[in-house]
Design a binder for this molecule. Sequence first.
Ligand SMILES: NC(=O)c1ccc[n+]([C@@H]2O[C@H](COP(=O)([O-])OP(=O)(O)OC[C@H]3O[C@@H](n4cnc5c(N)ncnc54)[C@H](OP(=O)(O)O)[C@@H]3O)[C@@H](O)[C@H]2O)c1
Length: 244
Amino acid sequence: MAVLTGKVAVVTGGSSGIGLAIAHAFCEEGATVFITGRRKEALDDAIVELGANATAVVCDSAVPSDLDALYDTVREQAGHVDIVVANAGIGIETVFGEVTEEQVDALFATNVKGTVFTVQKALPLLRPGASIILTGSSAATRPPYGLEIYAATKAAVRNLARGWAHSARQYDFRVNVLSPGTVPTPGLLDLVPAEAREQAEEATPLGRLGTPEEIAAAATFLASNASSYVNGSELAADGGAAQI
Ligand SMILES: NC(=O)c1ccc[n+]([C@@H]2O[C@H](COP(=O)([O-])OP(=O)(O)OC[C@H]3O[C@@H](n4cnc5c(N)ncnc54)[C@H](OP(=O)(O)O)[C@@H]3O)[C@@H](O)[C@H]2O)c1
């Protein structure tokens, strides 16, 4: 039986990579899904793939007024939200010694500020028992060389879930972090050169990189009632890379 039948989900950064795979999985499990991204063309392509249960909204997570417009659309079309996946994120290589203010601002604007307001602005729409999922990263535990600032943003994301878990009773939600290891996606392939991907594969106890579908399966668990007593936790889907 489909495990998300009748649920309404918002997946930010749902036009590519991990977010798109999560949107696919949620649609297959019977959810109505709203996806976001900054590029309309990529969203249009994604909607063709996802079909009639998905709606695309152009929305930059780093811009709070864009998030207001997103939730206005969700309110008008669906009335409430059961699942929020704050997944939109960017990676930028930052060489220590040459890090710029622009790089730090861009990384924190999308990955941290975007996560804060994606979740906070959803609160008025949440149905009791809602599941909030924040996309973290194994980099928060094992920061790769040259990705220290990105890793710091993901450490902040991990801590937001710890902090927000306190509010579970007040808002009747649960919040968890899903932390992928290295997963070949358009974003990852742009950021991480082939040699570093091979090193990551070598360093992963399972001996291979992950797939977006494997991350989506973990997200489906966190979204569904099967994880009803899981709150404030981090689910690592990293082949063991950051676990030993
Ligand atoms: N792939 C990995 O190995 C890996 C590992 C650990 C964690 N992660 C995390 O997983 C998440 C997804 O990454 P991915 O690898 O799937 O990357 P991706 O293929 O580049 O997809 C990123 C998605 O986020 C959207 N996005 C980026 N910035 C945005 C913003 N400011 N507002 C709204 N949407 C935005 C992109 O669309 P637009 O460009 O059109 O905005 C796209 O839909 C990120 O949080 C990333 O840090 C990835």
